[in-house]
Ligand binder design. Structure first.
Ligand code: SF4
Length: 313
């Protein structure tokens, strides 16, 4: 089994890419993704990006070293006037430690800004504070999203040992929101029986409020065979009761062992209840429970024509 935790630092390597900007659509959201690294040192046990084609996901990080040049060429050659927002990143963390060495995110953000392309950054990192001024100068056209799963340090160190503590992330978020940059928090995944209690939500949401976060959204854990194997180790490390596995088989409607090829969502009643509770807790604090939709084309020819992200919020 591919374990997520290790005391060894990962190896870094470079690779050349032919294309870095890829279209994607999720439900009613359409946009592009930009994944500048392959692999991720944040080592989240529940990570969805650990596919079979990336067996060294946590231990070997590939930097797409020519990404800024390839991105610029792709944007130069863009045929349509319309350009959907770019999501940095969907299958890695753009501000993981490798970014200190390679600076690919910083350089690609500069290219996106040069071509007036709106973007989101999704991260769990505090390294993003290095680029505060860069994002600030583009604050009407970017949205920064921190993925925070728990404020409980014991749980955080077990389930995502390569991430900073939530308290440190919230200090960074506050600096960004104080600078006028729109910040959101994504509570994803909400892990049944581990991070799904009202107290878990309250501690995250109270911190969001203090940090000036306006948007909060979240989603419950999905299960695949490899994620399930890691979850069972997580249950052991967290001393969860013997019946946890059984409860999961009920919640996700499967029979042990979970076979390869399944991608299970949790029981609908459980999910609806949890998400509704989260929504009420978010709204009672005066924040929006929503993914800050940046749907819509914007023109990349002249600044005067451009729609900003504000148009979609
Ligand atoms: S930060 Fe994201 S990509 Fe990195 S290990 Fe965690 S879930 Fe996976």
């Amino acid at each position: 089994m591919r374990l997520w935790y290790s005391k060894k630092a990962p190896e870094f390597d470079s690779k050349i890419s032919k294309s870095v900007l890829h279209p994607f659509a999720v439900r009613d959201y359409k946009g592009h993704t930009l994944n500048l690294y392959q692999g991720c040192q944040h080592r989240c046990g529940y990570c969805y990006a650990t596919y079979v084609w990336s067996p060294e996901f946590y231990n070997k990080i590939y930097a797409k070293s020519n990404a800024p040049e390839v991105l610029e060429n792709q944007l130069k050659a863009w045929k349509s006037k319309a350009m959907e927002p770019v999501m940095i990143s969907s299958a890695t963390d753009a501000y993981q430690p490798a970014e200190l060495k390679f600076e690919l995110t910083r350089r690609c953000v500069k290219v996106l800004q040069k071509y007036n392309v709106p973007y989101y950054v999704f991260t769990k990192s505090t390294l993003i504070s290095r680029d505060l001024e860069l994002h600030k100068q583009y604050k009407d056209n970017c949205f920064l999203v921190w993925s925070i799963t728990t404020c409980n340090e014991l749980i955080r160190r077990t389930i995502e040992p390569g991430t900073p503590p939530a308290s440190v992330m919230f200090e960074v978020i506050k600096k960004f929101s104080d600078s006028g940059i729109r910040c959101a928090v994504n509570i994803d995944p909400i892990i049944p029986l581990v991070t799904d209690s009202p107290m878990d939500f309250e501690s995250i949401l109270d911190n969001c409020l203090r940090a000036g976060v306006k948007f909060v959204f979240g989603a419950t854990l999905r299960l695949r065979a490899d994620i399930w194997e890691r979850m069972k180790t997580i249950f052991k490390l967290l001393h969860k009761g013997n019946n946890t596995i059984e409860e999961y088989t009920r919640l996700y409607h499967f029979i042990e062992p979970l076979k390869q090829g399944y991608n299970l969502t949790v029981d609908k009643f459980y999910s609806d209840t949890i998400i509704e509770n989260l929504k009420q807790a978010v709204m009672s604090r005066g924040m929006f429970f929503d993914f800050p939709h940046l749907i819509g084309s914007r023109y990349i020819e002249t600044k005067n024509n451009q729609l900003t992200l504000m148009d979609f919020i």
